[in-house]
Design a protein around this ligand. Structure first.
Ligand code: GLC
Length: 493
């Protein structure tokens, strides 16, 4: 008997840890930002290390979903207060992503051409209801079907009420002892709503209200930090910064410090491979300078930008946290100082920034190229073709662009905070991968621009900096191991 149970235990410890990722985004199905990149790549690496990850995301009415095969596993309904919500959970059988993908189909709520906003850029007005429906449908599936995982892993505030509901709400308490891990990709978005809307939640004991509350509001992000078994964020430095700068949650992060850990994101080295990238004109064949030059010439073809000059790029959302509003000023000042630098900008977002960038590109087509759109293929071409990548982020939980840049031999010029601090080391002429400024003050930014100009002229140094970046290891392997440690600690396996 004893022999049998020991054997059983051995089998148990060898079997994969079944993890459910719950996320609003997943690359390549639906992407708004880095959340999608992480959710679309980390599971592959976890699966290699003893996990079996299934990603749960909404079924949107978007291109990627067209023509896919959906195998419905569960179809039912629930009530969001008085509104009947019909939903279905389906496996996408021909997704070929390297992990299992399940979509949550909620007609009327999720079948839209956008994750958070429509094609016109306007945010949907019913995000609270949508996120609640998404979370309820997922929880109903695991509580009503036999598909209970070993760990539920929620990502960002959109799935932040899951731990509270599992532990405190009628109909879900069977899940109360199931471990939940919560990852913060961006703390600036907390998903708050007023207590007057509490009726949208399933019934819970009123004396548990404190586990939902922060500052007299229902705060899904804060609730997840309180209720999850482990809380992670996407770089160690950002984890520290949250204790001092987190839009009012500072005390919470101090209080829950014992279960919080920062794990630096990795990148998908298969998608981001300069030797095989199908978006590139010229592939990397061992000579970094040759690779950079050919891609730069291809990138600048059809523009008036002089390829001899150092090229500085910005790629990403035009958002305050990314410091996008500083770009027009930085570029204007660089033009005023007649610095030998050119700029290429790719992104959308804040209308003022879009407008200013358009004006700059219109007036100085010899110095500035601006593409006011988001295009994955063009972003790959820029990483390969630019010399420098500027990231003046005010907040950067991890940042993936600097890693993509380095992998493609581009030297990042970054604000020394959060994940940028943890992933870029200062180039000292021999070691290091990038340039960093310690404040967003123009004085400091332009000091690094001067260094960039010098570096660009000192060809040997430039080759060293480029090579150091390409040689740095940003693969998921190490970080996936850290997540595995967390899964083992919460499951006791
Ligand atoms: C968010 C953060 C970014 C991070 C990404 C993935 O987009 O702003 O810094 O890299 O999530 O975790």
């Amino acid at each position: 008997m004893l022999y049998l149970s020991t054997k059983y235990l051995l089998i148990m410890s060898d079997s994969p840890i079944r993890v459910h990722f719950v996320s609003m985004e997943c690359y390549p199905c639906a992407k708004v930002g880095g959340l999608a990149d992480v959710v679309g790549s980390l599971p592959k690496y976890l699966n290699d290390q003893g996990a079996e990850v299934t990603v749960f995301m909404p079924k949107y009415r978007m291109k990627w979903f067209e023509g896919k095969s959906f195998d419905y596993r569960h179809v039912s309904h629930f009530y969001l207060h008085h509104e009947r919500i019909d939903y279905g959970i389906a496996e996408v059988t021909d997704a070929n992503l390297g992990f299992r993908l399940m979509v949550i189909d909620i007609p009327g709520k999720m079948d839209r051409n956008g994750v958070y906003a429509g094609a016109d850029g306007h945010f949907f007005g019913d995000e609270i209801q949508r996120h609640l429906c998404f979370q309820r449908a997922y929880l109903n599936f695991i509580v009503l079907s036999e598909h209970t995982p070993d760990v539920v892993h929620c990502h960002d505030h959109h799935s932040g009420l899951i731990p509270f509901i599992m532990q405190n709400c009628d109909g879900y308490r069977n899940l109360a002892s199931l471990p939940v891990v919560f990852t913060i990709h961006n703390e600036r978005y907390q998903g708050v709503f007023p207590w007057t809307m509490h009726y949208l939640l399933p019934q819970f004991d009123s004396w548990k209200a404190g586990m939902l509350d922060w500052g007299n509001l229902i705060n899904p992000l804060a609730s997840a930090v309180k209720c999850a078994w482990k809380v992670t964020t996407v770089s160690p430095s950002y984890m520290e910064e949250l204790k001092y700068n987190s839009m009012g949650l500072e005390a919470l992060f101090h209080q829950e410090n014992h279960k919080c850990v920062g794990i630096l994101n990795g990148i998908d080295n298969e998608v981001w491979d300069p030797a095989t990238d199908p978006f590139l004109t010229s592939l990397y064949e061992g000579d970094v300078d040759d690779f950079k030059l050919k891609n730069k010439l291809a990138l600048l073809e059809g523009t008036q930008l002089d390829p001899e000059l150092p090229l500085v790029a910005f790629i990403g959302r035009f958002a305050g946290e990314k410091g996008a509003d500083l770009l027009p000023g930085i570029i204007e000042e660089s033009l005023r100082r007649e610095l030998p630098l050119n700029f290429v900008v790719l992104g959308t977002g804040d209308k003022w920034v879009e407008h200013q960038m358009g004006i700059l590109a219109y007036h100085r087509p010899d110095k500035v190229a601006a593409m006011i759109t988001y295009n994955e293929a063009v972003s790959h071409k820029i990483y390969a073709g630019t010399d420098f990548l500027l990231m003046p982020s005010r907040v950067e939980p991890c940042g993936l662009n600097q890693m993509y840049a380095m992998r493609y031999g581009t030297v990042p010029i970054v604000h020394n905070i959060g994940g940028l601090k943890d992933s870029v080391t200062y180039f000292d002429g021999d070691n290091g991968t990038g340039l960093k400024f310690n404040s967003l003050d123009f004085y400091h930014v332009f000091e690094e621009f001067q260094r960039a100009i010098y570096l660009h002229g000192a060809k040997k140094l430039l080759t060293t900096a480029r090579t150091n970046g390409m040689d740095a290891d940003f693969s998921w392997v190490k970080s996936a191991g850290q997540y595995m440690d967390i899964y083992r600690s919460v499951t006791g396996r």
